[in-house]
Design a protein around this ligand. Sequence first.
Ligand SMILES: C[S@@+](CC[C@H](N)C(=O)[O-])C[C@H]1O[C@@H](n2cnc3c(N)ncnc32)[C@H](O)[C@@H]1O
Length: 247
Amino acid sequence: MTKKDFSYFWDDLADDRGARRRYEKVMMFIKKYDPKSKSILELGVGNGNVLKHFSKKYDLHGLDIDKKYIELSKKKIPRANLFVASMHNFKVKRKFDVIFSVYDSLNFLKNLEQWKKTFKNVNKHLEKEGLFIFDFYTPKMLEKAKKWDIFSKEKFGFMQDKGVVKGKRLTWHFSIFEKQKRKNFVLHEYDFHEWIFPVNQVEREIYKNFRILEKLDGETLSRPTKDTFRLLYVCKTSSVNLKRAID
Ligand SMILES: C[S@@+](CC[C@H](N)C(=O)[O-])C[C@H]1O[C@@H](n2cnc3c(N)ncnc32)[C@H](O)[C@@H]1O
């Protein structure tokens, strides 16, 4: 086992078409609710595969907690302002028209306190009537992940991706078998943890900061059902303190 950073493999593993679809979803809601927007901030920018699609008319910003991902996305989007920070406590001296976070980046927050701080912080950094678009896993994903065990052939060799569930915590266990010269392989192992909270608990916090314009199944963009494992929300800043939770 070596200490090669996971980001070294990420570009080969990442589904670029999936990232394009995530961009298209975000863009669709920007056009619908804030077509005049200019400044955009992505929380949890990863390898930049979503942010890179925005046209030059946008002033692009992105943050990630992992320096390696910021380095990776800087190479792809040199015109963007990309920085290392956590979404729950980042502080910049400006506001944005749109803030978005996709591909369950919010689920990487370790506890509900950090979710609360994130919503508050996003609210603080949005212009009046600014748009917040985000998705997250529902507890349905915990059920799905228990059965998740995928083995695939990749450019660098082979990969196994296994879901391990413990309470609210979902761990993605990656085993990467990197091909060497001749027929040898080197094994690299990585664990990524995500935390999944009941939807009503998360919504209670959303309502304290935002008006919900849309709540959809993040995969199909239709009404959520009992099988929805990823929810997508489109919100606007709200001056009204609504402490209402819906189910
Ligand atoms: C599943 S990736 C999503 C990347 C990108 N948004 C996409 O759609 O391809 C989640 C990203 O969130 C980042 N992340 C995790 N915790 C974070 C935090 N507290 N603040 C900011 N970024 C975080 C991870 O480093 C990772 O790059």
